[in-house]
Design a protein around this ligand. Structure first.
Ligand code: TXA
Ligand code: MG
Length: 309
């Protein structure tokens, strides 16, 4: 393991792309201080370049070198880092991170991941690492090294294999730039946990057509098949993705109705359902609390009319 982490860190320093596991999903990493390396990420993913990237660092101290943390941002960082939380804060002046990573915004999205391989890589590379999910733009996020190989295999220098992602959903993104803590993207850390820590409700990120966080683009996270949501059962010719008790269902997000388990299984099962060749995937109803909010968000995007990119 040490050998492969050292090798991966060297590749990053040389400006190459390295896919690595985090507890949320696999990331497509590049040295955040090299414009060219960051540009490679956009190119490899075929991502519209107005989409800013999350900058990964090993600790809050390092994060504070790149962004300005107010009281509430610091509080959340101390409580939930390392973990499935991304904080968008004002960029520090003279910050070493490529402006391309912020896509021209005066803000920066920072995250300290918990996965031991991600931590080891960040410490070995001794620099901030941009890492969007390691999938071609508009496709499902990868939760195994095999997904990364399938989607981007020929574009990355190294893929670190850390097994299936424990959480399986991208990080929750909270913005601190409009005066009020705002939920920009629901994700692997439930809104309720954050609101409890802050002692007040989060502002909501708003309109998918005017994305302040482009993870909010309408069609995103799309499998090849079409999706039909809140389906009690499959119609003729549809594949069924169940949640909770569903005797005989071949694909079930969580037979016991556990939302955390469902989150961890979501992208893997969508991948699997896609390989069955079904034209339509009917998805059972999923409660909208806890991690259910993020699961329903991803499903809605996957079901939305497809945009060209
Ligand atoms: O769990 C995750 O967050 C994964 C792992 C690899 O860390 N990464 C991930 O990155 O999901 P990505 O690039 O697929 O999603 C990043 C989201 C995008 O929706 C982007 O618009 C938003 O973060 N974002 C990045 N910088 C931002 C900024 N300065 N202001 C607002 N949104 C920002
Ligand atoms: Mg993504």
């Amino acid at each position: 393991m040490t050998q492969s982490v050292t090798h991966a860190a060297e590749a990053l320093i040389e400006g190459k792309l390295v896919a690595f596991p985090t507890e949320t999903v696999y990331g497509l990493g590049a040295d955040a201080t090299q414009d060219k390396a960051v540009a490679h990420v956009f190119a490899a993913k075929n991502r519209p370049s107005f989409n800013p990237l999350i900058v990964h660092v090993a600790s809050l101290d390092e994060a504070a070198a790149h962004g300005e943390f107010g009281i509430e941002a610091s509080e959340l960082a101390k409580l939930f880092w390392p973990g499935p939380l991304t904080l968008v804060v004002p960029r520090r002046e003279g910050c070493a991170v490529s402006l391309l990573a912020s896509a021209g915004l005066p803000t920066i999205a920072l995250r300290v991941p918990k996965h031991p391989l991600a931590q080891a890589l960040l410490r070995a590379a001794r620099r901030p690492v941009v890492a969007p999910s390691a999938n071609p733009s508009g496709r499902i996020s990868p939760t195994t090294a095999a997904h990364v190989r399938e989607g981007l295999g020929d574009k990355v220098s190294v893929i670190l294999d850390g097994g299936p992602s424990a959480i399986g959903l991208e990080s929750t993104i909270i913005g601190f730039t409009g005066g009020r803590a705002t939920l920009l993207r629901p994700g692997g850390l439930a809104r309720e946990d954050i609101e409890k820590a802050l002692g007040h409700k989060l502002g909501s990120g708003g309109d998918a057509r005017k994305p302040s966080s482009p993870g909010q683009l309408e069609s995103h996270y799309a499998p090849r098949a079409k999706l039909r949501l809140n389906a009690k059962a499959a119609k003729e010719g549809e594949a069924y993705l169940a949640f909770g008790k569903a005797p005989g269902a071949r694909f079930n997000l969580s037979p016991t109705g556990d939302l955390t388990e469902a989150a961890a299984n979501l992208f893997r099962l969508l991948h699997e359902l896609d390989t069955t060749g079904a034209k339509v995937i009917a998805v059972g109803p999923i409660p909208d609390h806890g991690l259910g909010e993020a699961i329903n968000d991803r499903l809605k995007r996957a079901a939305a009319p497809r945009s060209p990119s």
